[in-house]
Design a protein around this ligand. Structure first.
Ligand SMILES: Nc1ncnc2c1ncn2[C@@H]1O[C@H](COP(=O)(O)OP(=O)(O)OP(=O)(O)O)[C@@H](O)[C@H]1O
Ligand SMILES: Nc1ncnc2c1ncn2[C@@H]1O[C@H](COP(=O)(O)OP(=O)(O)OP(=O)(O)O)[C@@H](O)[C@H]1O
Length: 570
C-alpha cells in the first residue's frame, strides 16, 4: 500500500464570514503518486478543499477548523504556509493572482531560483518547460501581454519546474483551447508517472480530465463527499446526476439509447469504452430521432470591414477581418490560445480602436464611437470576472452601470432584482463579492452587463468555471434573451457548447478568419480542427466506432434530443 500524503479526518471548516461550515466532516486520504479528480457543482467546496491542502486555510483564509488534516503525516495547523507551499505547487483558477516575476521566463524560473541552481542549468530547465507548455516564443514577454490561455500555461510551467511533491490544479482547463487542454492533461499524467508526484485536480470538465490517467474520482456536494472511487465504478452509477455534474457525452448518448453501462465496459475513457456493447442500441435510437429544421437569416447588425489592429506598431494581432453578424444570431468565436479572439471582442465592444478598417452597427459607421457610446449598443462580459468587478457588494456591482446612466432608483431596484433572479444570484444580493466562488463571481459580471440590455452581447468564455447546472441555466438564459432579439457572440473553448447553442462558428487563427460555417461542419474538417487547436467531441467518435455512417447527423440529433430531455426536467 502506498504512503498516504494527504489525509483529511472528520475535517470541518467554516469561513469566518459565513454562518455555516463550507466543508462538513471530510474524510479523504490521497496516496503518493495518485491522480485524484475532485468534481462537484459550483460552491460545493472544491476550491475550499484545495485551499486546505495548500495551506491558504488556515493561514490566509481565517475560520473555524475542526478535525484533522495531515500532509506527509504533519498536521497543517502546526506548520506554516511557507513549508506547506514547499510541499504543494498550486495552479489557481484565477492565474492573475499568482504571478510573481516580470516576464514569462522569470516567472517560470522563480521556483528554481529558490533552489540556487546554476544559471545555465536554470535557463535550460526554463526553456524546456516553456516548450512543453508551448510558451517558449513568449519567454521575454510581460505577463500582461499574454492571452488568458497563455497565462494559464505559464502557471502550469511554474509548478511543473517546482519541487513540491503535491501538485494541485484548480480548474486547470478553464481557459485552454481544446487541443492544449488535452495536452495539459496528458502532461500532468506523464509528470505524475515519471516523478511520482501526487496530483489533485479540481475540474468541472470531467470528460476532458478523464482523458488522462485518473486513479480516483471524488464527488463533492454541499460541502460533503458524496462518492469516492475509481472513475470506471462511479461512471456506472448515477452519482454524477445526483451532484448535477455533466456526464461524459458518449455515456449520455448510450444512456439515451437505452444501453446499461457497467464498470466492466470501461466507461471512464472513450478510448477504452466498449462501444460495441451499445452499437445496436445507438443505431436503433438514431433511427427514431426527427430531422432538423433550417433557419432564415435576418438583417445585418454588425459589420467589420477589413479591420486590422496591433497592440504595438511593430506587430499586427488582427490582420484584416471581414465579419458580418445578423440580428438575432447566436454565434461562437473559437480558435487556439493567443489567436486573437479576445482582441477581436475588444474591437467590437470599442475597448480598442482598429488600426485600419471600419466597424458598422445597424448600418452606421461606429468606428469612432467613444467607449460610452459603444457600451449602449454592445456589452462585453470579459473572461476574468476580477477584471470587471469594482464594487464590494453584489447588488451595487450589478446596479453600477444603471447608476452611471442616471436611471431612477426605483427602476434600478426592479431591473437589478429581476436580473439577479434570472442569474440565480438573488439570495446573495446583500453579500460581499469577496465571499463568492469564481463561478459565482462570473455570474455577477454577466448580470452587470445583462441589466443594461445592450443589442449585442459578447461573452468571453461565459461558462468557464461554471458547473453543469449553472452552465445550463446561463446558456438557456442567454438563449431566451437571444429569442427576444438580443444578438449574442460567444468566445468559447467548449466544443459542445458551440454545437449545442450556436448554429454558426467563426474560427480565428493568427488574427484572421480561418473558417465561418455551421458549427457541426467546422468540427468535421480535420484541417481546421488541427490548425485552430479544436477537438472533435466524443459524440462524433462514438458514432464512428458504433458504425454510424453520418457522425455529424448523430451529433446534431443527439444535441436536439438532449436539450429537449433537459428542458423537460426543469
Ligand atoms: N474567502 C471566502 N470567504 C467566505 N466564504 C467563502 C470564501 N471562499 C469561498 N467561500 C464560500 O464557500 C462556498 C464554497 O466555495 P468554493 O470556492 O470552495 O466552491 P467551489 O466548489 O470551488 O465552486 P466553483 O466551482 O464555483 O469555483 C461558496 O458558497 C462561498 O460562498
Ligand atoms: N495587452 C496586450 N499587449 C500586447 N499583446 C497582447 C495584449 N493582449 C494580448 N496580446 C497578444 O495578442 C495575441 C492575441 O491575444 P488574445 O487575448 O486576443 O487571444 P485569444 O485568442 O483570446 O486567446 P485565449 O484563447 O488564450 O484567450 C496574443 O499573442 C497575446 O500575447
Amino acid at each position: 500500500m502506498k504512503k498516504p500524503v494527504i489525509s483529511f479526518e472528520n475535517f470541518t471548516f467554516k469561513y469566518r464570514s459565513q454562518k455555516e461550515p463550507t466543508l462538513h466532516d471530510i474524510n479523504l486520504t490521497i496516496h503518493e503518486g495518485e491522480i485524484v479528480l475532485i468534481a462537484g457543482p459550483s460552491g460545493s467546496g472544491k476550491s475550499t478543499i484545495g485551499h486546505a491542502i495548500n495551506g491558504l486555510i488556515p493561514f490566509s483564509y481565517k475560520g473555524d477548523m475542526t478535525g484533522s488534516l495531515k500532509i506527509h503525516g504533519k498536521e497543517t495547523r502546526d506548520l506554516d504556509i511557507f513549508s506547506i507551499g514547499q510541499m504543494t505547487g498550486t495552479v489557481l483558477q484565477d492565474t492573475d493572482g499568482q504571478f510573481i516575476g516580470l516576464s514569462v521566463g522569470e516567472d517560470i524560473a522563480f521556483s528554481l531560483e529558490n533552489d540556487q541552481l546554476e544559471q545555465a542549468e536554470m535557463k535550460d530547465i526554463v526553456a524546456r518547460t516553456a516548450k512543453l507548455v508551448d510558451v517558449d516564443t513568449h519567454l521575454h514577454h510581460g505577463l500582461h501581454e499574454l492571452s488568458g490561455g497563455q497565462k494559464q500555461r505559464v502557471s502550469l510551467a511554474g509548478v511543473l519546474v517546482g519541487d513540491g511533491d503535491i501538485l494541485l490544479f484548480d480548474e486547470p482547463l478553464a481557459n485552454l483551447d481544446p487541443a492544449t487542454g488535452k495536452q495539459a492533461i496528458e502532461l500532468i499524467s506523464r509528470i505524475c508517472k515519471e516523478t511520482g508526484k501526487t496530483v489533485v485536480i479540481i475540474e468541472h470538465r470531467i470528460e476532458d480530465v478523464l482523458h488522462g490517467d485518473v486513479d480516483r474520482l471524488v464527488v463533492v456536494n454541499e460541502g460533503k463527499i458524496l462518492a469516492d472511487g475509481s472513475p470506471a465504478d462511479l461512471l456506472a452509477t448515477d452519482v454524477l446526476e445526483r451532484a448535477s455534474i455533466r456526464k461524459p457525452l458518449y455515456l449520455q448518448a448510450c444512456q439515451y439509447a437505452g444501453c446499461d453501462i457497467t464498470s466492466e465496459m470501461h466507461p471512464d475513457r472513450l478510448e477504452s469504452f466498449n462501444v460495441q456493447a451499445c452499437s445496436e442500441e445507438l443505431q436503433g435510437w438514431l433511427a427514431t430521432l426527427p430531422d432538423e429544421k433550417p433557419e432564415k437569416l435576418s438583417e445585418m447588425l454588425l459589420e467589420l470591414k477589413d479591420v486590422t489592429f496591433g497592440y504595438s506598431s511593430e506587430k499586427l494581432t488582427i490582420k484584416g477581418i471581414d465579419l458580418t453578424v445578423h440580428k438575432g444570431e447566436m454565434t461562437s468565436i473559437v480558435g487556439r490560445n493567443g489567436a486573437g479572439k479576445s482582441t477581436l471582442t475588444k474591437l467590437i465592444s470599442g475597448l480598442e480602436k482598429p488600426t485600419t478598417g471600419r466597424i458598422f452597427i445597424n448600418g452606421e459607421d461606429a468606428t469612432e464611437d467613444t467607449i460610452a457610446m459603444r457600451a449602449r449598443k454592445v456589452g462585453l462580459v470579459m473572461q476574468n470576472p476580477n477584471h470587471m468587478i469594482s464594487k464590494h457588494m453584489i447588488y451595487d456591482e450589478v446596479a453600477f452601470g444603471l447608476v452611471m446612466r442616471g436611471v431612477p432608483e426605483e427602476e434600478i431596484r426592479e431591473r437589478v432584482e429581476e436580473t439577479l433572479r434570472i442569474c440565480g444570484l438573488y439570495p446573495f444580493r446583500n453579500w460581499p463579492i469577496s465571499a463568492l466562488s469564481f463561478g459565482q463571481k462570473k455570474r455577477v459580471t454577466i448580470a452587470s452587463i445583462l441589466v443594461l440590455e445592450p443589442e449585442l452581447i459578447i461573452l468571453d468564455e461565459p461558462t468557464a468555471g461554471q458547473d453543469f447546472r449553472h452552465y445550463t441555466e446561463m446558456m438557456d438564459f442567454l438563449e431566451q434573451l437571444n429569442k427576444r432579439g438580443i444578438t449574442i457572440l460567444m468566445v468559447t473553448h467548449d466544443m459542445h457548447l458551440m454545437l449545442e447553442y450556436t448554429k454558426r462558428a467563426v474560427v480565428i487563427g493568427d488574427g484572421r478568419i480561418l473558417a465561418d460555417a455551421p458549427a457541426v461542419d467546422i468540427l468535421a474538417d480535420p484541417n481546421i480542427v488541427r490548425e485552430a487547436h479544436l477537438a472533435k467531441t466524443s459524440l462524433g467518435t462514438l458514432a464512428e466506432r458504433a458504425g454510424i455512417w453520418n457522425p455529424q447527423e448523430f451529433t446534431r440529433k443527439f444535441i436536439a434530443y438532449d436539450r429537449e430531455v433537459r428542458a423537460a426536467w426543469r
